[in-house]
Design a protein around this ligand. Structure first.
Ligand code: SF4
Ligand code: SF4
Length: 375
């Protein structure tokens, strides 16, 4: 039998372009093993970054069967980029596992939860359009405005107060009306495993903002999807794309002190921090609103722990996702508690479900600008 590295990835041929990246993990002494929130919450060797990459590789080169137990580890990843920070090669585990999901779906092997997300995507995207149109009744919104705002499915559907704060605050920051984007960035397709439809959805979004001066993105997950994963998939954005925290940090002088916030501790969302390298701006915003620096987690910035809410983990491994969120909330409580502030809808919802007092950065900024729906 030929050596594993000499065999073509015949069963999942689309992974051939990722062979070198896969092999870097397969032949590695697992230097990043303590960094993965999934294998930390559920200590199994196949759930370490090494295990997930190895399973995808061995399915692809036909060393093991195309079977649920070997395919499922590809979906045991929140896409948090944590392993990359601990890897001497900065190996792209996140992007490679997303590619592996797509190759496995195309070969007929995927967890039921991922299949359901793919089947229901159009319905979910349609709901975003409906929610975006509801936000369009706000006086700050005009379809012809030069600044487009992508609120994101999770805010629009599940966090209406934060969605309104985001629209009002962005309009105030750019000193004009804004238009609310009705297209999804396609992240659910990327996470579930359909890179072709993901690329097409990215192109739809690019067309939707054609002619705008800029796109301000509220959800860290959507911002990272566009700036990291659309770029990797060859989708070109027509307008400059910035996350809300980047825009607000450029207008710091316009933010007033907010009374009554109490003790705030900032959680670095994986997609905003490790994904986009945005660490200082949220801290500068909170310092301005509080009149002092926010409290910190022990594990922060590049080393921040994940909330467990990304990469479709709440769908494919709900108990593990909850255990990861509970560990982060316990870290918050152990550091003194108070209110945890984040800038991503998924982590906000996960922390609240764990009983934590949690606030979104958009709400702090909206209060600091005097435009929050809640005063
Ligand atoms: S991500 Fe880097 S450190 Fe982790 S298993 Fe792969 S090659 Fe090794
Ligand atoms: S990206 Fe995060 S969840 Fe995925 S394998 Fe790496 S550390 Fe684990």
């Amino acid at each position: 039998m030929s050596r594993p590295d000499a065999r073509p990835l015949r069963r999942l041929p689309t992974l051939e372009a990722r062979k070198e990246v896969l092999e870097r993990c397969v032949f590695c002494p697992k230097l990043c093993r303590t960094s993965c929130p999934v294998s930390n919450a559920e200590p199994r060797e196949t759930l370490t970054p090494w295990g997930k990459m190895s399973m995808a590789y061995f399915v692809a080169n036909e060393s093991v069967a195309l079977a649920p137990s070997f395919a499922a580890p590809a979906w045991a990843c929140t896409g948090c980029f944590g392993c990359r920070e601990h890897c001497d090669h900065k190996n792209d585990v996140t992007g490679t596992l997303f590619e592996a999901r797509s190759a496995l779906v195309a070969s007929g092997e995927a967890p039921a939860g991922a299949r359901a997300v793919l089947d229901r995507f159009e319905e979910r995207a349609g709901a975003l359009g409906k929610n975006a149109r509801e936000l369009s009744v706000l006086p700050e919104v005009s379809a012809s405005a030069n600044t487009a705002v992508l609120v994101g499915c999770s805010y629009a559907r599940s966090l209406p107060d934060e969605a309104r704060d985001a629209v009002r605050a962005t309009a105030k920051l750019v000193s004009s009306q804004v238009s609310v984007v009705e297209e999804c960035c396609g992240a659910p397709l990327l996470y579930a495993g359909d890179t072709k439809r993901f690329r097409e959805q990215g192109e739809k979004l690019a067309r939707a903002i054609a002619g705008k001066e800029r796109l301000v993105v509220i959800d860290a997950g959507c911002a990272s999807t566009i700036r990291v994963h659309h770029a990797a998939a060859g989708v070109g954005m027509i307008a400059p794309v910035e996350h809300f925290a980047e825009r607000a940090a450029r207008e710091l002088g316009r933010l007033d002190r907010v009374e009554g916030l109490g003790e705030l501790r900032y959680h670095d969302p994986c997609q905003l921090g490790r994904g986009l390298g945005v660490y200082d701006q949220p801290r500068a915003i909170l310092s301005r609103a509080l009149g002092r620096a926010p409290a910190e987690f022990d594990r922060r910035r590049e080393d921040a722990r994940c909330s467990g809410a990304g990469g479709l983990l709440p769908v494919t491994m709900p108990d593990t996702s909850r255990a990861i969120a509970a560990a982060r909330v316990a870290e918050h409580d152990g550091a003194g508690g108070g209110t945890v502030v984040t800038a991503c809808a998924s982590s906000l919802r996960s922390f609240r479900k764990q009983g934590a007092q949690a606030l979104d950065l958009v709400t702090v900024v909206a209060r600091a600008l005097g435009v929050s729906g809640r005063g």
